[in-house]
Design a protein around this ligand. Structure first.
Ligand SMILES: [Zn+2]
Length: 165
């Protein structure tokens, strides 16, 4: 057999995997988002810090934190415009993502920011945004996104979206 070149034989096949994963102690956030269009954070029972995204225990003092309903308006802390993305969002590009601090929260979280006229000045630090919800929600982070406050009415009048609780 020496002198013969190795030939690799390949067969194209596919694997399908059905699975579930638990969101554990943070499940309530996703259930309220899906069913009631509420955004829940948590407030530390000891030091009073309000966490958004919610933490079950305060990451500063480790005391138990309690669920609190957050306002659905906030301020952009930092943002960037997205030109490369996964298949789920390919039709949306360009769009922005940013860290948003909801009013009343002491922490910020990453979320999509959509605009009908996306220019960097629309999503700069300090810009005011408001949450818009998908009508068809599954209890996932992509059930909602933020828009500039002055575009809110226009977004919630689109057939696939609606305003929050
Ligand atoms: Zn604390």
């Amino acid at each position: 057999m020496s002198g013969q070149e190795f030939q690799d034989h390949q067969i194209r096949d596919r694997i399908a995997i059905n699975y579930k994963y638990s969101l554990g102690g943070q499940s309530k956030f996703f259930i309220e988002l899906m069913n009631n269009k509420k955004l829940l954070g948590t407030k530390c029972s000891k030091c009073g810090k309000t966490w958004m995204p919610p933490r079950i225990n305060c990451s500063d003092c480790y005391a138990l934190a309690e669920w609190v309903e957050m306002k659905q308006t906030g301020t952009i802390e930092v943002s960037t415009i997205v030109w490369y993305t996964t298949s789920a969002f390919i039709k949306a590009i360009p769009y922005a993502i940013g860290y948003i601090k909801l009013d009343g929260a002491q922490t910020a979280f990453l979320q999509g920011i959509f605009s009908e006229n996306l220019v960097p000045s629309k999503v700069k630090k300090g810009s005011r945004v408001k949450a818009v919800f998908l009508k068809e929600r599954e209890g996932k982070m992509i059930d909602f996104f933020f828009v500039p406050e002055d575009e809110y009415e226009s977004w919630i009048n689109k057939p696939e979206y609606e305003g929050g609780a």
